[in-house]
Write a protein that binds this ligand. Structure first.
Ligand code: VJV
Ligand code: CA
Ligand code: ZN
Length: 380
Protein backbone atom coordinates (compact mmCIF):
# COMPACT_ATOMS: atom_id res chain seq x y z
CA UNK A 1 0.00 0.00 0.00
CA UNK A 2 2.94 2.35 0.71
CA UNK A 3 4.44 3.84 -2.48
CA UNK A 4 7.67 5.51 -3.61
CA UNK A 5 7.27 9.25 -4.09
CA UNK A 6 9.13 11.09 -6.84
CA UNK A 7 11.43 12.49 -4.13
CA UNK A 8 12.28 9.18 -2.45
CA UNK A 9 15.50 9.73 -0.48
CA UNK A 10 17.66 6.68 0.19
CA UNK A 11 19.92 8.39 2.75
CA UNK A 12 17.52 8.95 5.63
CA UNK A 13 18.43 7.74 9.10
CA UNK A 14 15.96 7.19 11.94
CA UNK A 15 17.34 7.35 15.47
CA UNK A 16 15.33 5.83 18.29
CA UNK A 17 15.63 3.84 21.48
CA UNK A 18 12.33 2.45 22.72
CA UNK A 19 13.55 2.89 26.32
CA UNK A 20 12.89 6.68 26.10
CA UNK A 21 9.18 6.03 25.67
CA UNK A 22 8.96 4.11 28.94
CA UNK A 23 9.61 7.07 31.26
CA UNK A 24 6.82 8.97 33.06
CA UNK A 25 6.95 12.63 34.09
CA UNK A 26 4.07 11.95 36.51
CA UNK A 27 0.43 10.88 36.22
CA UNK A 28 -1.19 14.17 35.21
CA UNK A 29 1.86 15.73 33.58
CA UNK A 30 1.13 16.72 29.96
CA UNK A 31 4.46 15.45 28.58
CA UNK A 32 3.99 11.76 27.73
CA UNK A 33 7.09 9.97 26.38
CA UNK A 34 4.67 7.15 25.47
CA UNK A 35 3.71 9.22 22.38
CA UNK A 36 7.11 8.12 20.98
CA UNK A 37 6.06 4.49 21.26
CA UNK A 38 2.81 5.25 19.41
CA UNK A 39 4.83 7.02 16.71
CA UNK A 40 7.30 4.18 16.33
CA UNK A 41 4.45 1.66 15.99
CA UNK A 42 2.77 3.70 13.27
CA UNK A 43 6.07 4.23 11.43
CA UNK A 44 6.82 0.51 11.43
CA UNK A 45 3.14 -0.37 10.84
CA UNK A 46 3.31 1.54 7.57
CA UNK A 47 6.56 -0.29 6.71
CA UNK A 48 8.61 2.94 6.71
CA UNK A 49 11.36 1.17 8.65
CA UNK A 50 12.24 -0.67 5.45
CA UNK A 51 13.12 2.56 3.65
CA UNK A 52 15.40 4.22 6.22
CA UNK A 53 18.61 3.34 8.06
CA UNK A 54 17.60 2.50 11.61
CA UNK A 55 19.83 3.19 14.58
CA UNK A 56 19.20 2.25 18.17
CA UNK A 57 20.64 5.19 20.03
CA UNK A 58 22.99 5.25 22.97
CA UNK A 59 23.22 7.60 25.93
CA UNK A 60 25.08 10.89 25.55
CA UNK A 61 28.24 10.93 27.66
CA UNK A 62 28.92 13.37 30.47
CA UNK A 63 31.68 14.98 28.33
CA UNK A 64 29.22 15.52 25.50
CA UNK A 65 26.72 17.23 27.83
CA UNK A 66 29.49 19.49 29.16
CA UNK A 67 29.94 20.95 25.65
CA UNK A 68 26.98 23.17 26.59
CA UNK A 69 25.83 22.51 30.15
CA UNK A 70 27.70 23.59 33.29
CA UNK A 71 29.55 21.08 35.42
CA UNK A 72 27.52 22.09 38.50
CA UNK A 73 24.26 21.42 36.73
CA UNK A 74 25.25 18.06 35.22
CA UNK A 75 26.63 16.94 38.60
CA UNK A 76 23.30 17.84 40.16
CA UNK A 77 21.21 16.12 37.43
CA UNK A 78 23.26 12.95 37.49
CA UNK A 79 23.04 12.62 41.27
CA UNK A 80 19.53 13.69 42.23
CA UNK A 81 16.75 11.06 42.36
CA UNK A 82 13.11 11.11 43.51
CA UNK A 83 14.33 9.70 46.87
CA UNK A 84 17.06 12.28 47.46
CA UNK A 85 15.22 15.30 46.08
CA UNK A 86 13.13 15.75 49.25
CA UNK A 87 16.27 15.70 51.41
CA UNK A 88 18.10 18.44 49.52
CA UNK A 89 18.94 21.64 51.39
CA UNK A 90 16.45 24.47 51.03
CA UNK A 91 17.14 26.59 47.97
CA UNK A 92 18.73 23.97 45.75
CA UNK A 93 15.42 23.15 44.02
CA UNK A 94 14.92 26.84 43.34
CA UNK A 95 18.54 27.17 42.21
CA UNK A 96 17.99 24.52 39.53
CA UNK A 97 14.35 25.40 38.75
CA UNK A 98 13.00 21.99 39.73
CA UNK A 99 9.22 21.88 40.12
CA UNK A 100 5.95 20.88 38.43
CA UNK A 101 7.13 21.57 34.87
CA UNK A 102 10.43 19.72 35.32
CA UNK A 103 9.90 17.11 38.04
CA UNK A 104 12.61 14.77 39.27
CA UNK A 105 10.92 11.54 38.11
CA UNK A 106 12.35 8.04 38.30
CA UNK A 107 15.09 7.71 35.67
CA UNK A 108 14.77 11.30 34.38
CA UNK A 109 18.57 11.49 33.86
CA UNK A 110 18.64 8.26 31.83
CA UNK A 111 15.75 9.66 29.79
CA UNK A 112 17.62 12.95 29.19
CA UNK A 113 20.88 11.36 28.07
CA UNK A 114 18.99 9.01 25.72
CA UNK A 115 17.12 11.73 23.84
CA UNK A 116 20.31 13.81 23.69
CA UNK A 117 22.37 10.81 22.52
CA UNK A 118 19.90 10.28 19.69
CA UNK A 119 20.26 13.87 18.42
CA UNK A 120 24.05 13.61 18.71
CA UNK A 121 24.06 10.32 16.76
CA UNK A 122 21.85 11.97 14.14
CA UNK A 123 24.18 14.98 13.83
CA UNK A 124 27.14 12.62 13.45
CA UNK A 125 25.45 10.85 10.50
CA UNK A 126 25.06 14.22 8.78
CA UNK A 127 28.66 15.21 9.55
CA UNK A 128 30.18 12.08 8.08
CA UNK A 129 27.90 12.23 5.05
CA UNK A 130 26.17 8.92 5.72
CA UNK A 131 22.77 10.65 5.90
CA UNK A 132 21.16 13.52 4.03
CA UNK A 133 18.34 13.61 6.56
CA UNK A 134 18.51 12.31 10.13
CA UNK A 135 15.40 12.01 12.31
CA UNK A 136 15.08 11.92 16.12
CA UNK A 137 11.47 12.32 17.28
CA UNK A 138 12.52 11.98 20.93
CA UNK A 139 14.59 15.18 20.72
CA UNK A 140 13.68 18.82 20.23
CA UNK A 141 13.75 19.86 23.89
CA UNK A 142 14.43 23.48 23.07
CA UNK A 143 13.94 25.20 26.47
CA UNK A 144 16.80 23.69 28.52
CA UNK A 145 19.46 26.22 29.57
CA UNK A 146 23.15 25.92 30.34
CA UNK A 147 22.49 25.54 34.07
CA UNK A 148 18.80 24.81 34.44
CA UNK A 149 15.94 22.76 33.11
CA UNK A 150 12.91 24.60 31.74
CA UNK A 151 9.54 23.70 30.25
CA UNK A 152 9.80 19.87 30.41
CA UNK A 153 13.39 20.00 29.03
CA UNK A 154 16.41 18.91 31.13
CA UNK A 155 19.25 18.95 28.61
CA UNK A 156 19.21 20.79 25.30
CA UNK A 157 19.79 18.17 22.61
CA UNK A 158 19.41 20.80 19.89
CA UNK A 159 22.14 23.07 21.22
CA UNK A 160 24.43 20.06 21.72
CA UNK A 161 23.85 18.90 18.13
CA UNK A 162 24.41 22.37 16.71
CA UNK A 163 27.70 22.67 18.62
CA UNK A 164 28.69 19.34 17.06
CA UNK A 165 27.65 20.45 13.55
CA UNK A 166 29.62 23.72 13.92
CA UNK A 167 32.84 21.68 13.93
CA UNK A 168 32.56 21.41 10.13
CA UNK A 169 29.61 23.56 9.08
CA UNK A 170 30.14 27.31 8.61
CA UNK A 171 26.41 28.22 8.80
CA UNK A 172 23.66 26.35 10.66
CA UNK A 173 19.98 27.28 10.32
CA UNK A 174 17.63 26.37 13.18
CA UNK A 175 13.86 26.39 12.44
CA UNK A 176 11.35 25.93 15.27
CA UNK A 177 7.65 25.31 14.56
CA UNK A 178 6.67 24.24 18.08
CA UNK A 179 3.93 26.58 19.42
CA UNK A 180 6.38 27.70 22.14
CA UNK A 181 9.33 30.02 21.59
CA UNK A 182 12.65 28.17 21.09
CA UNK A 183 14.30 30.28 23.80
CA UNK A 184 17.08 27.89 24.89
CA UNK A 185 18.47 27.55 21.38
CA UNK A 186 18.11 31.26 20.61
CA UNK A 187 19.91 32.20 23.83
CA UNK A 188 22.79 29.77 23.26
CA UNK A 189 23.62 31.28 19.86
CA UNK A 190 22.43 34.86 20.40
CA UNK A 191 25.85 36.41 19.79
CA UNK A 192 27.04 34.40 16.76
CA UNK A 193 26.37 34.76 13.04
CA UNK A 194 27.22 31.09 12.45
CA UNK A 195 23.82 29.95 13.72
CA UNK A 196 20.61 31.58 12.51
CA UNK A 197 17.65 30.78 14.78
CA UNK A 198 14.04 31.29 13.68
CA UNK A 199 10.99 30.44 15.77
CA UNK A 200 7.29 30.68 14.92
CA UNK A 201 5.20 30.70 18.11
CA UNK A 202 2.29 32.07 20.07
CA UNK A 203 3.38 35.29 21.75
CA UNK A 204 1.56 37.63 24.08
CA UNK A 205 4.23 38.22 26.70
CA UNK A 206 2.57 35.69 29.05
CA UNK A 207 2.37 32.44 27.14
CA UNK A 208 5.30 30.19 28.11
CA UNK A 209 8.23 30.98 28.11
CA UNK A 210 7.26 34.66 27.78
CA UNK A 211 10.02 35.54 25.29
CA UNK A 212 10.12 35.59 21.48
CA UNK A 213 8.97 39.08 20.65
CA UNK A 214 9.87 40.39 17.20
CA UNK A 215 12.42 42.81 18.69
CA UNK A 216 14.68 39.95 19.89
CA UNK A 217 17.03 39.84 16.91
CA UNK A 218 20.42 38.78 18.30
CA UNK A 219 23.28 40.92 19.51
CA UNK A 220 26.93 41.79 18.74
CA UNK A 221 28.17 39.40 15.99
CA UNK A 222 24.78 37.69 16.14
CA UNK A 223 22.71 40.81 15.46
CA UNK A 224 20.14 39.99 12.73
CA UNK A 225 20.83 36.26 13.11
CA UNK A 226 17.80 35.55 15.31
CA UNK A 227 14.27 35.93 13.94
CA UNK A 228 11.06 35.68 15.94
CA UNK A 229 7.63 35.33 14.36
CA UNK A 230 5.06 36.07 17.09
CA UNK A 231 1.53 34.82 16.36
CA UNK A 232 -1.95 35.00 17.90
CA UNK A 233 -4.35 32.15 18.74
CA UNK A 234 -6.11 30.11 16.12
CA UNK A 235 -3.83 30.52 13.09
CA UNK A 236 -5.08 28.35 10.22
CA UNK A 237 -3.35 26.21 7.58
CA UNK A 238 -3.25 28.70 4.70
CA UNK A 239 -2.10 31.66 6.79
CA UNK A 240 0.64 29.63 8.45
CA UNK A 241 1.93 28.01 5.24
CA UNK A 242 1.95 31.34 3.38
CA UNK A 243 3.83 33.06 6.15
CA UNK A 244 6.23 30.15 6.67
CA UNK A 245 7.14 29.87 2.98
CA UNK A 246 7.15 33.63 2.48
CA UNK A 247 9.75 34.01 5.24
CA UNK A 248 11.81 30.82 4.90
CA UNK A 249 12.35 31.02 1.14
CA UNK A 250 14.21 34.37 1.17
CA UNK A 251 15.87 33.49 4.46
CA UNK A 252 17.42 30.28 3.12
CA UNK A 253 18.36 31.93 -0.17
CA UNK A 254 20.14 34.77 1.63
CA UNK A 255 21.74 32.95 4.56
CA UNK A 256 22.78 29.87 2.53
CA UNK A 257 22.97 27.45 5.47
CA UNK A 258 25.13 24.36 4.96
CA UNK A 259 22.93 22.34 7.34
CA UNK A 260 19.43 22.83 8.78
CA UNK A 261 17.90 21.67 12.07
CA UNK A 262 14.11 21.64 12.07
CA UNK A 263 12.25 21.29 15.37
CA UNK A 264 8.78 19.88 14.61
CA UNK A 265 6.91 20.43 17.89
CA UNK A 266 3.42 18.98 17.41
CA UNK A 267 1.71 21.35 19.87
CA UNK A 268 1.10 23.77 16.99
CA UNK A 269 -1.58 21.33 15.72
CA UNK A 270 -5.26 21.94 16.40
CA UNK A 271 -6.74 20.09 19.38
CA UNK A 272 -3.42 20.04 21.27
CA UNK A 273 -3.86 19.86 25.05
CA UNK A 274 -1.54 22.86 25.62
CA UNK A 275 -1.65 24.63 22.26
CA UNK A 276 -4.18 27.00 20.66
CA UNK A 277 -3.42 26.98 16.93
CA UNK A 278 -5.62 25.38 14.25
CA UNK A 279 -3.04 23.59 12.12
CA UNK A 280 -3.86 20.32 10.43
CA UNK A 281 -1.33 17.55 10.01
CA UNK A 282 -0.89 18.20 6.27
CA UNK A 283 -0.13 21.88 6.83
CA UNK A 284 2.50 21.16 9.49
CA UNK A 285 3.96 18.53 7.15
CA UNK A 286 3.96 21.04 4.27
CA UNK A 287 6.46 23.15 6.25
CA UNK A 288 8.76 20.14 6.55
CA UNK A 289 8.34 19.26 2.86
CA UNK A 290 9.17 22.83 1.89
CA UNK A 291 12.43 22.83 3.87
CA UNK A 292 13.34 19.40 2.50
CA UNK A 293 12.90 20.73 -1.05
CA UNK A 294 16.02 22.92 -0.68
CA UNK A 295 18.12 19.74 -0.63
CA UNK A 296 20.30 20.91 2.28
CA UNK A 297 21.31 18.25 4.88
CA UNK A 298 18.69 18.21 7.63
CA UNK A 299 18.46 17.13 11.24
CA UNK A 300 14.79 16.73 12.18
CA UNK A 301 13.70 16.55 15.81
CA UNK A 302 10.37 16.40 17.67
CA UNK A 303 9.54 18.65 20.62
CA UNK A 304 6.18 19.49 22.20
CA UNK A 305 2.91 17.75 21.41
CA UNK A 306 0.38 16.89 24.10
CA UNK A 307 -2.38 14.97 22.37
CA UNK A 308 -0.46 11.72 21.84
CA UNK A 309 -2.63 10.23 19.08
CA UNK A 310 -2.12 13.35 16.92
CA UNK A 311 1.57 13.68 17.76
CA UNK A 312 2.16 10.16 16.49
CA UNK A 313 0.06 10.74 13.38
CA UNK A 314 2.01 13.91 12.58
CA UNK A 315 5.48 12.50 13.07
CA UNK A 316 4.58 9.38 11.07
CA UNK A 317 3.26 11.57 8.24
CA UNK A 318 6.45 13.64 8.40
CA UNK A 319 8.64 10.53 8.43
CA UNK A 320 6.86 9.62 5.18
CA UNK A 321 7.58 13.05 3.70
CA UNK A 322 11.23 13.00 4.75
CA UNK A 323 11.87 9.53 3.34
CA UNK A 324 9.90 10.40 0.20
CA UNK A 325 7.36 7.62 0.67
CA UNK A 326 3.63 8.15 0.12
CA UNK A 327 1.43 6.80 2.91
CA UNK A 328 -2.21 5.78 2.44
CA UNK A 329 -4.64 7.79 4.58
CA UNK A 330 -6.01 4.84 6.47
CA UNK A 331 -3.81 3.76 9.37
CA UNK A 332 -2.14 0.32 9.31
CA UNK A 333 -4.66 -2.31 10.37
CA UNK A 334 -2.52 -4.72 12.29
CA UNK A 335 -0.77 -2.12 14.44
CA UNK A 336 -0.82 -2.31 18.26
CA UNK A 337 -2.65 0.61 19.94
CA UNK A 338 -4.99 0.89 16.94
CA UNK A 339 -7.85 1.69 19.35
CA UNK A 340 -6.17 5.08 20.06
CA UNK A 341 -6.99 6.25 16.55
CA UNK A 342 -10.73 5.72 16.30
CA UNK A 343 -13.32 6.46 15.17
CA UNK A 344 -11.71 7.71 11.94
CA UNK A 345 -8.51 5.57 11.84
CA UNK A 346 -7.14 8.25 9.52
CA UNK A 347 -3.56 9.55 9.30
CA UNK A 348 -4.87 13.12 9.03
CA UNK A 349 -8.30 13.69 10.60
CA UNK A 350 -9.61 17.28 10.66
CA UNK A 351 -8.04 19.19 13.57
CA UNK A 352 -8.30 22.80 12.50
CA UNK A 353 -11.77 23.78 13.67
CA UNK A 354 -11.47 24.63 17.37
CA UNK A 355 -10.29 28.22 17.78
CA UNK A 356 -11.23 31.52 16.23
CA UNK A 357 -8.37 32.83 14.08
CA UNK A 358 -7.18 35.96 15.91
CA UNK A 359 -4.53 36.64 13.24
CA UNK A 360 -6.11 39.10 10.81
CA UNK A 361 -4.90 39.30 7.20
CA UNK A 362 -3.54 42.75 7.97
CA UNK A 363 -1.63 41.53 11.04
CA UNK A 364 -0.08 38.62 9.14
CA UNK A 365 0.90 40.76 6.16
CA UNK A 366 2.56 43.16 8.58
CA UNK A 367 4.48 40.32 10.26
CA UNK A 368 5.61 39.03 6.86
CA UNK A 369 6.82 42.47 5.68
CA UNK A 370 8.71 43.10 8.92
CA UNK A 371 10.41 39.68 8.60
CA UNK A 372 11.43 40.44 5.01
CA UNK A 373 12.91 43.78 6.08
CA UNK A 374 15.01 41.92 8.63
CA UNK A 375 16.16 39.31 6.14
CA UNK A 376 17.35 42.08 3.83
CA UNK A 377 20.07 42.89 6.37
CA UNK A 378 21.68 39.54 5.55
CA UNK A 379 22.63 40.73 2.08
CA UNK A 380 24.54 43.60 3.70
O1 VJV B 1 3.48 28.00 31.97
C1 VJV B 1 4.34 27.37 32.56
C2 VJV B 1 4.85 27.79 33.95
C3 VJV B 1 3.97 27.72 35.06
C4 VJV B 1 4.49 27.27 36.40
C5 VJV B 1 4.34 25.74 36.56
N1 VJV B 1 2.93 25.35 36.38
C6 VJV B 1 2.80 23.87 36.49
C7 VJV B 1 2.40 25.76 35.06
C8 VJV B 1 2.53 27.29 34.89
C9 VJV B 1 4.39 29.02 34.57
N2 VJV B 1 4.90 26.28 32.04
C10 VJV B 1 4.47 25.72 30.78
C11 VJV B 1 5.61 24.94 30.17
C12 VJV B 1 5.36 24.53 28.76
C13 VJV B 1 6.52 23.73 28.20
C14 VJV B 1 6.40 23.45 26.72
C15 VJV B 1 7.53 22.57 26.26
C16 VJV B 1 7.68 22.51 24.73
O2 VJV B 1 6.51 22.03 24.12
O3 VJV B 1 7.92 23.77 24.16
C17 VJV B 1 8.88 21.64 24.33
C18 VJV B 1 8.86 20.24 24.79
C19 VJV B 1 3.30 24.85 31.01
N3 VJV B 1 2.18 24.88 30.28
C20 VJV B 1 1.36 23.91 30.79
C21 VJV B 1 2.02 23.35 31.87
N4 VJV B 1 3.22 23.96 31.97
C22 VJV B 1 1.53 22.29 32.74
C23 VJV B 1 2.42 21.61 33.54
C24 VJV B 1 1.98 20.60 34.39
C25 VJV B 1 0.61 20.27 34.43
C26 VJV B 1 -0.28 20.98 33.61
C27 VJV B 1 0.18 21.98 32.78
C28 VJV B 1 2.87 19.89 35.21
C29 VJV B 1 2.37 18.90 36.04
C30 VJV B 1 1.01 18.62 36.04
N5 VJV B 1 0.16 19.30 35.25
C31 VJV B 1 0.46 17.54 36.92
CA1 CA C 1 8.44 27.76 18.00
ZN1 ZN D 1 5.87 23.46 22.89
Amino acid sequence: KIEFGTDYSPDVSYHFNSKVSEFHYGVRHPMKPFRLMLTDHLVSGYGLHNYMDLYETRAASREELLEFHSKDYIDFLSKVTPDTVSKLPRGSLEKFNIGDDCPIFQGFYDYSVLYAGASLDASRKLLNGQSEIAINWSGGLHHAKKSSPSGFCYVNDIVLSIINLLRFHPRVLYIDIDIHHGDGVQEAFYTTDRVFTVSFHKYNGEFFPGTGNFDELGCSEGKHFALNVPLEDGIDDDSYINLFKGVMDPLITSYKPTVIIQQCGADSLGHDRLGCFNLNIKAHGECVKFIKSFGIPMLVVGGGGYTPRNVSRLWTYETGILSGMILPESLPEDSPFREWFGPDYSLYPTLGDLYENKNSKKFLENVRIRCLERIRYLQG
